[in-house]
Design a protein around this ligand. Structure first.
Ligand code: P6P
Length: 333
């Protein structure tokens, strides 16, 4: 079968009027940056890129060397193209402005450069998550407020998964499409057209060590899954927890499931564990575009009105019927 590359896919999306030349350029630049991150991640111990960077990020978390490397790769790749008005990264407190000697464009790019990086040193899959918004006012230098748009305003979202193969999963609002990196050719090949999340599942993903901190609706829901055949669900369930959101979400996109990082007493004062703007929102757009659902338990994630760039939210996403059940339990409680 003739191979279609990401470039050809994007040109066809542009020809169909679904994206413009600047968004095509943006996605191609991000894909090129993802290839460079993949090269660094796959070197592991051979390139001295494992371990701590000796610095903390805006979340107060110890940065891995690869967190810093991936962040630098994405910032530098996207500064000069003229497609962006500004950028925001999980690794950087402030908005990253385009250097004055480069032209600015109409898009805002947000990213978590290396999600799940605590898995790096134990060689478990990690990923990059990105989100694209339109800049509301291209006349002036965008500030944090320009980024604070609900997730439903995203024009594109995607993630890279650095696993046995490197995948790029992308939506521009017309379904979810996956590409596999051909390392010999150095190009992404279109391998997963129109990915969909099955509405039912028998697999759930949650860090069950937090069970005692969850709110009652989540305790009720997970308790019923664990009762299996003998309980009200009348069937047995399986559990997976990679502790790398990109890997868990990709499995759900591939074979169904529900992913939960719900509100718990430990993270209540922070608003949740996962970040809204560059984790929950892009993943919610992808999952909804694939026929799944994504909620905080009380609100559709894509409708959350952001108040802070690095704010956190509870995340429950995946197979629509399961997410609906968790939502119902929240409403009943
Ligand atoms: P825990 C990785 O640090 C991350 O942000 C997500 O990728 C992942 O789902 C979650 O945190 C894992 O959290 O508490 O299980 O280590």
């Amino acid at each position: 079968m003739r191979r279609v590359t990401l470039t050809q896919f994007l040109i066809e999306q542009q020809r169909a009027g679904r994206i413009g030349p600047d968004l095509r350029l943006l996605i191609e630049v991000v894909a090129r940056a993802v290839k460079a991150i993949s090269v660094n991640v796959s070197k592991g111990a051979l390139a001295g890129v494992l371990g701590e960077a000796g610095t903390d990020n805006v979340q107060g978390e110890a940065q891995k060397k690869l967190d810093v490397i991936a962040n630098e790769i994405l910032l530098q790749a996207n500064e000069w193209g003229g497609h962006l008005a500004a950028m925001a990264s999980e690794e950087v407190e402030e908005v990253h402005h385009i250097p004055f000697d480069y032209p600015k464009g109409g898009f805002l790019l947000l990213f978590d450069p290396l999600d799940g990086s605590s898995n790096i040193d134990v060689n478990i899959s990690v990923g990059t998550i990105f989100s694209v918004l339109r800049c509301p006012d291209t006349g002036c230098e965008p500030d944090e407020k320009a980024f604070l748009q609900p997730g439903r305003e995203q024009v594109a979202a995607g993630y890279a998964l650095y696993g046995p193969s490197t995948l790029l999963i992308l939506t521009v609002g017309n379904g979810v499409h996956g590409f596999t990196l051909d390392r010999e050719m150095g190009s992404f090949v279109y391998t997963h057209p129109f990915m969909t999340v099955p509405v039912d599942t028998q697999e759930y993903a949650v860090n069950a060590s937090n069970a005692r901190y969850w709110e009652p609706p989540v305790q009720r829901y997970v308790g019923e899954l664990q009762e299996g055949k003998r309980g009200p669900r009348g069937k047995d369930f399986n559990m997976r927890w990679v502790a790398s959101m990109v890997a868990d979400v990709h499995r759900i996109l591939t074979r169904g499931g529900i992913f939960m990082y719900p509100m718990d007493e430990k993270c209540r004062n922070k608003g949740g564990k996962l970040r809204l703007m560059y984790e929950a929102n892009p993943m919610a757009m992808i999952v909804e575009q694939a026929g799944g659902k994504a909620t905080t338990g009380r609100e559709r994630i894509l409708d959350v009105q952001p108040e802070k760039l690095h704010q956190r939210v509870p995340v429950i996403l995946g197979s629509a019927n399961e997410v609906d059940l968790v939502t119902r339990y929240h409403l009943e409680s």
